[in-house]
Design a protein around this ligand. Structure first.
Ligand code: GLC
Length: 767
């Protein structure tokens, strides 16, 4: 089976050696303000904070070829006359050697042709809003060589919508080469624009030629694949003061003696105004500054890696737990379901998604999690309601309340409970956070109102109303706002069980008693015949008296979520129902590639009065393997003490395992990032192919499932609680875990069916 790339665990990187991967295999760069994604062909996009109205460069999602353009370095070899790219695209000139190395925060390329080796390292440092292209050119021959190097990026119009209204904007943007500053300056004067920054592209070397115009760079009849001027060795030195399609093309002539090496850098920068932009350019006018910036970035990731490092004996699990899952968590929390090669960057942040994305971050970076939690809560209504999506960097702090997701406000307590146990600082609950309409209340009060909001909207059986959908967006196909959600009912039980002890700690005994009574009340309904179907839990109680997710159905007979949540919430403790429900999930939903979200998938109209199914069978919420939901199955199996089953589900979800199963071509997606879904058996030959990469709640929840349930290391008020549920395959496990400033080494060993836990403190951790 064809291998396009493989892991280099020692350097925490994934190395791609063939640029023609089955799809763009991207990495994310960024410092939480300036962010970018970049593929194995250097395709990608750069934006500042929020990709809907602040995209600095342009990426074409729809036209073919896909994955164009990006952050290109062109090389013109004066000896051969060939124009090529070390990242292969867009010239696609053959390379004798190509390697793309994706690592947390850094992507680098090495391309070699005709005795010239070019290395480009792309990254955004923590302290500066610049995307740096750190270039090294080597002459591998014993004769002098002459090269022209040129950067290329296509400037975007910041606002995604304005990209479509391009015509009127020609007059309001300008691109100038300024020899004194050695940069191309992008002036943006669009009236009523929410954001008017100073953007530039500069170089550490004197520029020998430039193009501010994309079209001049391509030349008449030319293209990015074959830029005519560069191929002919001429520059038109185009400026676009009156607007046009702007580009950042800066050419540099290099004379390389036999065996010589030269280093130079390009800077794509953004600042609030031109004075600060000039200072930024000045700071990065020497490559020494690139080294400092790179060191700072490495320190950030090295620090992140000290939070938790596991050694389980399973290379797939180790590299995911130690490197790729934390990276995926960082990306998902910063970007939500925002922007990737699948998402066009107009979705904002989502209340429930971001709250879940913050869950793993409570361990990885509690301060960051706290910041994000407060941000999400600041978009909560005074009545306790959540929202569908919000845009914190829009001038009017835009919020979208529709469609209504009934589960929005069940999540905050899960994240906050983990956060205060991680830090040991309950005062976080008392911090004041505004509501979206104004006014403010404590974090605790936000959580309380959120739970009340759900509890106040119950249906005739006493379970929460569905409105448009709960966690499972696909339930919208039933168009039954008065349906009741079994899953959310169970989540409310779990939430109430977390909330009550928090309330007691704050002396709010009435609230605690309310939550405890709520848990009892919901549990009774959930274990009545209304929700229990004999061998598993139903999914929805429709307002017409029928039910979804029951044995009597020919399609959508069983859903995964309520089975897993019955165990997590403790609802299923009654008569061993949780265990039986998870057995049923295994029997009806498990496949060689993972657990389907429901089965059998809907093929058409479930009821004569119902609308057509939304997703095709075997995709999305209609019978795909849903990785996010599987995280709860892993947790549930651990809580049932069935480590082998938990591990089996966990392992199937690992992208590196999935990519090996039927090969990287079949998997299609990056072998190092979680997917939201995997195509289900109903997709025939495509069964097992990856769905949407990176931006999924799987990242956060799977990190929690692996570290807090399989490895069983959970923060608690006084100390770490260690309750592992190891599979038989893991004989001996070591975990280094930083907790409240101290580094703990925890060894887990299997002994006569039990697991012996030993732990010691390593040298006090300076972090
Ligand atoms: C996607 C959505 C998330 C939803 C899930 C299940 O991941 O972003 O909000 O809960 O699908 O439908």
């Amino acid at each position: 089976m064809k291998q396009y790339g493989s892991f280099d665990d020692a350097t925490r990187s994934f190395v791609i050696t063939d640029p023609l991967t089955p799809g763009p295999w991207i990495n994310y760069l960024g410092n939480r303000r300036l962010q970018a994604f970049i593929s194995q062909q250097a395709g990608g996009l750069c934006w500042y904070k929020e990709p809907q109205t602040r995209r600095l460069t342009r990426y074409h999602w729809l036209p073919a070829p896909s994955d164009r353009p990006g952050f290109y370095l062109y090389v013109r070899d004066h000896q051969t006359g060939v124009v090529w790219n070390p990242h292969f695209a867009p010239t696609c000139a053959a390379l004798e050697r190509y390697a793309c190395r994706h690592a947390p925060g850094v992507t680098s390329f090495t391309g070699e042709r005709d005795g010239v080796r070019i290395t480009v390292r792309y990254f955004v440092p923590p302290g500066h809003d610049v995307l740096l292209w750190d270039v090294t050119a080597e002459n591998l021959t014993n004769a002098a060589r002459k090269l022209t190097l040129a950067s290329f990026t296509e400037f975007g119009l910041l606002d995604a919508a304005r990209e479509l209204w391009w015509c009127y904007l020609k007059n309001q943007v300008g691109f100038h080469f300024d020899a004194a500053e050695n940069w191309i300056r992008y002036d943006y004067h669009v009236f009523e624009a929410p954001y008017t920054p100073a953007i530039f592209m500069s170089c550490t070397e004197a520029v020998s030629g430039f193009e501010c115009s994309r079209d001049a760079f391509c030349g008449k009849g030319g293209s990015l694949e074959r830029p005519l001027g560069l191929t002919a060795g001429t520059w038109s030195n185009s400026q676009l003061p009156g607007g046009g399609h702007g580009a950042g093309v800066l050419g540099v002539e290099l004379e390389l003696a036999a065996g010589a090496t030269r280093r130079l850098g390009y800077v794509l920068g953004v600042a609030p105004d031109s004075t600060q932009a000039a200072a930024l350019r000045q700071h990065f006018s020497q490559v020494a500054a690139f080294d400092e910036a790179h060191a700072a970035l490495q320190e950030f990731w090295a620090n992140r890696a000290t939070v938790l490092q596991a050694s389980t004996g399973d290379a797939h699990a180790d590299r995911m737990i130690n490197t790729w899952n934390p990276l995926n968590c960082e990306v998902a929390l910063n970007i939500a379901r925002g922007i990737s090669t699948d998402h066009m960057g107009v979705d904002g942040l989502r209340f429930r998604d971001t709250m879940q994305d913050a869950l793993a971050m409570t361990v990885l970076d509690p301060a960051r999690a706290a910041e994000r939690v407060k941000l999400v809560l600041s978009f909560q209504g005074q009545d306790g309601s959540g929202n569908f999506a919000f845009w914190p960097d829009s001038p009017d702090r835009r919020v979208s309340l529709h469609p209504v997701r009934c589960d929005n406000t069940v999540w905050p307590v899960m994240t906050v409970d983990n956060l205060v146990k991680e830090t040991g600082d309950i005062r976080f609950l008392e911090e004041s956070v505004p509501f979206r309409e104004g006014g403010a209340a404590s974090v605790y009060e936000h959580i309380r109102r959120g739970l009340c909001y759900i509890d106040d909207r119950r249906g005739p059986h006493g379970l929460p109303l569905l409105f448009h959908a709960d966690w499972n967006d696909g339930l919208a196909i039933f168009r039954d706002e008065r349906a009741e959600s079994v899953m959310l009912g169970m989540q409310m039980v779990y939430a109430a069980k977390l909330f009550a002890p928090l309330a007691r700690r704050l002396g709010r005994t009435e609230d605690a008693a309310w939550a405890e009574a709520l848990a009892v009340r919901y549990t009774e309904v959930l274990n009545s015949d209304v929700a229990w179907d004999g061998a598993w839990y139903a999914r929805l109680l429709l307002s017409n008296g029928k039910r979804i997710g029951t044995a009597g159905r020919s399609e959508g007979r069983i859903y995964l979520e309520p089975q897993a949540w019955s165990v997590i919430s403790g609802v299923g403790d009654f008569e061993g129902r949780g265990r039986r429900a998870m057995d049923a999930a295994r029997e009806h939903l498990d496949t060689e590639c993972g657990l389907m979200i429901c089965a059998p998938p809907y093929t058409g109209i479930p009821e004569p009065t119902d609308p057509l199914t939304g997703n095709a069978p075997g995709t999305g919420e209609n019978g795909a393997i849903f990785c996010h939901a599987t995280t709860w199955a892993v947790i549930a199996e651990c809580l049932l003490g069935r480590g082998d089953q938990a591990y089996a589900y966990y392992r199937k979800m690992l992208p590196s395992v999935a990519a090996e199963r039927r090969g990287q071509d079949h998997w299609v997606r990056e072998p190092y990032a979680f997917n939201s879904t995997v195509l289900g058996p109903a997709r025939g030959d495509d069964f097992g192919a990856g769905g949407i990469g990176w931006l999924t709640g799987t990242a956060s929840w799977m990190y929690v499932a692996a570290t807090q349930y399989l490895l069983g290391i959970r923060p608690d008020w006084d100390d770490l609680q260690i309750k592992p549920c190891l599979p038989a395959a893991w004989g001996e496990v070591t975990v280094d875990r930083r907790f409240r400033g101290q580094l703990h080494r925890i060894a887990l060993r299997r002994r006569n069916g039990d697991i012996a836990v030993s732990r010691c403190l390593l040298d006090s951790d300076p972090q």
